[in-house]
Design a binder for this molecule. Structure first.
Ligand SMILES: Cc1ncc(COP(=O)(O)O)c(C=O)c1O
Length: 338
């Protein structure tokens, strides 16, 4: 069996008990009917997760569809979109597709830990006046979180721009923006993106959502097609959201494993793992050609990253998803054998 450590999926499948409850509920559904286009129950449950009203929630077919809606509402050809680089690959793809100029502030990767130039980022907002600012925190692929005070500064300097705070991996981090606004209001220009694909282990059902501030809420409502979440995904989500214990315990397990793997990697000569806060680690590896060649033979799937050109010459990078304990032992054994 292949060991899939390339897509930041959660390796822990939901329990059979919950699966059975889902199947029973699905057998009661009318497949001939459209879903309730308001998704009221689902939105309320998603709102409650963050201590926010269901009214500010926009559900999507994965976080990817939320990103699509943000671009279709706010990005026109020639607009500037701003983010750090490297970042989530979809941001580059959508910027290109929508004809935007994606201005990026590079993350320094030469040192022991990734270096985010916050003041340069704020200066770039002032200078470039982007229509949308895209910030994934934890950042994919470095795993670093952006401090809440920095995100608040971005929101206050961004004026009328939309600031998308992408917390797809928030459950694995020690600090989140969403927690800082629990029980308050989403700031007017902010959109916070979330997904069931990572900590909740439901990448296959494609369920993501956004908590929208007042600047974007009405536009995002209009951009969403009426039945964008199918009845199966909605049913799974509504049941699973009533059992948050499973996601919580698998996140704890993944975080513990992440620390274990990071320490092991950092003990290997020529290897380095950043102190990431997602369900993955960015590794700098000594002999990338050997790794690529042998991994295919051993049926490992890793994500090989092409990062900043200057750095590519001196180091090469793998983004390693944290899998199950046995998968991690296999991967460590493989790395040590290179
Ligand atoms: C930073 C980030 N945001 C959003 C997503 C979208 O996730 P999904 O479409 O599975 O909800 C991903 C997926 O890998 C991601 O890495």
């Amino acid at each position: 069996m292949a060991i899939l450590l390339d897509k930041n999926e959660n390796p822990f499948e939901m329990s059979l008990e919950i699966k059975k409850a889902v199947m029973e509920e699905i057998s009661r559904l009318f497949f001939s009917r459209y879903p309730d286009p308001d998704y009221r129950i689902l939105r309320e449950k998603l709102g409650a997760l963050a201590g926010l009203p269901g009214d500010v929630v926009i559900p999507g077919n994965g976080g990817d569809e939320i990103l699509w809606m943000v671009f279709s509402c706010f990005v026109r050809p020639g607009d500037t979109v701003l983010g750090f680089s490297p970042t989530f690959s979809e941001y580059y793809r959508l910027a290109e597709l929508f004809g935007a100029r994606f201005t990026t502030v590079p993350i320094g990767l030469e040192g022991d830990e990734p270096d985010f130039n916050f003041s340069l980022f704020l200066e770039t907002i002032e200078r470039e006046k982007p229509t949308v600012v895209l910030l994934d925190t934890p950042n994919n692929p470095t795993g670093k979180t952006l401090p809440v005070p920095f995100l608040n500064e971005v929101l206050s300097s961004a004026g009328n721009s939309i600031v998308l705070i992408d917390e797809a991996y928030g459950e694995f981090a020690s600090e989140t923006y969403l927690e800082s606004i629990r029980g308050k209001k989403v700031p007017p220009g902010a959109i916070v993106l979330k997904t069931l694909s990572k900590a909740w282990g439901l990448a296959g059902i494609r369920l993501g959502w956004a908590y929208c501030g007042s600047v974007s809420l009405d536009k995002m409502k209009k951009a969403r097609s009426p039945f964008n979440v199918n009845i199966f995904s909605r049913t799974v989500a509504e049941i699973v959201l009533d059992h948050p214990g499973e996601a919580r315990s698998s996140s704890i397990r993944i975080k513990e494993l992440r620390e274990y793997v990071r320490n092991r990697i950092n003990g290997m000569k020529g290897w380095r793992a950043f102190n990431g806060q997602g369900n993955f680690l960015l590794l700098s590896i000594p002999r990338p050609e050997d790794c690529v060649r042998s991994a295919a033979g051993e049926q490992f799937a890793f994500k090989y990253m092409d990062l900043t050109p200057g750095i590519k010459e001196t180091r090469s990078w793998i983004r390693l998803t944290i899998g199950r304990e046995d998968e991690m032992e296999e991967a460590l054994r493989f790395f040590a054998s290179l």
